[in-house]
Write a protein that binds this ligand. Structure first.
Ligand code: MTE
Length: 306
């Protein structure tokens, strides 16, 4: 990411129906793989899941997905997270979900994995830096977790926070970003059926470098919105501060929808390099998910709300 210094939709409107009607690109669900549901283990353990809304594009090889990462808590080079994130203890782990809701709760990660029906979703991921991958995530819709705490009408935004633990996340000893890493979504974005809490990839629990034990995946936004290793999710009536926006507000906006027509101030966003490919390819508006998400931004000036 090149560091410089070290409408109001209701839940029902949110295109569930549209997804079913317009799944040209998507594979329909097939039966679960029948693997044992081993949510409780640290390290790579198989997960039981069914198949959800997925691109038919070829997934990026697992070796690339797990060795070419951005996770600044473990260093700023692409290989640093794979090298250093092993230090992170991901058990025990809890996620606090609170704020504008009737039933705030602290969830144990293993209980959370057991309580939710896991799906595989093969999504494109487009980093703001101009590279992309196709990743087979395993997870559950964020909207299910939000519904569990019974949001009130004051819940207009959702704020996310990563763990703060410099003893293990050694990158947090340097002021590369204002720690902890923070992200945010508008509530309609958060409860959109494409928005996922991922707990695995390639059929197994998430490797630490990819955000174990749970991370956000918002496939139509630049990758930095997809915050890793989450410990807190708060419903709020205000747009929350976000790590990259705090660091460089002119370069990284709150919305950060993938948009080939709006360049980053220091580089073009028109094309991208798919990891493993030689030639650059055109970047798609909303990373190719426009038919499912563009309605949420109708009437907004996307140059202003970048
Ligand atoms: N989450 C945290 N906590 N810290 C980070 O540095 N990097 C982001 C995002 N989530 C980041 C993070 C960026 S810039 C990208 S592109 C994606 O994670 C990369 O996810 P991946 O390494 O699993 O491909």
């Amino acid at each position: 990411m090149l560091i410089r210094h070290r409408p109001d939709l209701t839940d029902n409107d949110v295109t569930d129906r549209g997804l079913y009607l317009r799944r040209r690109e998507f594979i329909t669900g097939v039966a679960g793989l029948g693997l044992a549901g081993l949510g409780g283990m640290a390290g790579a353990a198989p997960l039981a899941f069914t198949k959800g809304f997925s691109t038919t594009e070829k997934p990026t090889p697992k070796d690339d997905v797990t060795s070419y990462n951005n996770f600044y808590e473990f260093g700023v080079d692409k290989g640093d997270p794979a090298e250093n994130a092993g230090k992170l203890k991901t058990r025990p782990w809890t996620v606090r979900v609170d704020g504008a809701c009737e039933a705030p709760k602290t969830f144990d990660i293993d209980a959370l994995i057991k309580a939710n029906k896991l799906e595989e979703r093969i999504y494109r991921l487009r980093c703001v830096e101009g590279w992309s991958m196709v990743i087979p995530w395993v997870g559950f819709p964020l909207k299910d977790l939000i519904a569990a705490v019974k949001p009130t009408s004051k819940a207009k935004f959702v704020a996310f926070e990563t763990l703060m633990r410099p003893s293990e996340m050694t990158g947090q000893r340097w002021d590369v970003l204002q720690w902890p890493y923070r992200e945010g979504l508008r509530i309609d974005e958060a409860v959109h059926p494409l928005t996922l809490i991922a707990v695995g990839l390639y059929g197994e629990t998430l490797p630490n470098q990819n955000g174990a034990p749970l991370r956000l995946v918002v496939p139509w936004k630049y990758g930095f919105k997809s915050i890793k290793s989450i410990t807190r999710i708060s419903l709020t009536d205000r747009q929350p501060p976000t790590a990259w926006n705090l660091s460089a507000p002119r370069e990284y906006g709150f919305y950060s929808n993938v948009n080939p027509a709006v360049d980053h101030p220091r580089w073009s966003q028109a094309t991208e390099r798919r990891i493993g490919e030689f030639r650059r390819r055109d970047t798609l508006a909303f990373n190719g998910y426009g038919e499912w998400v563009a309605d949420m931004y109708r009437g907004m000036d996307l140059k202003k709300f970048y």
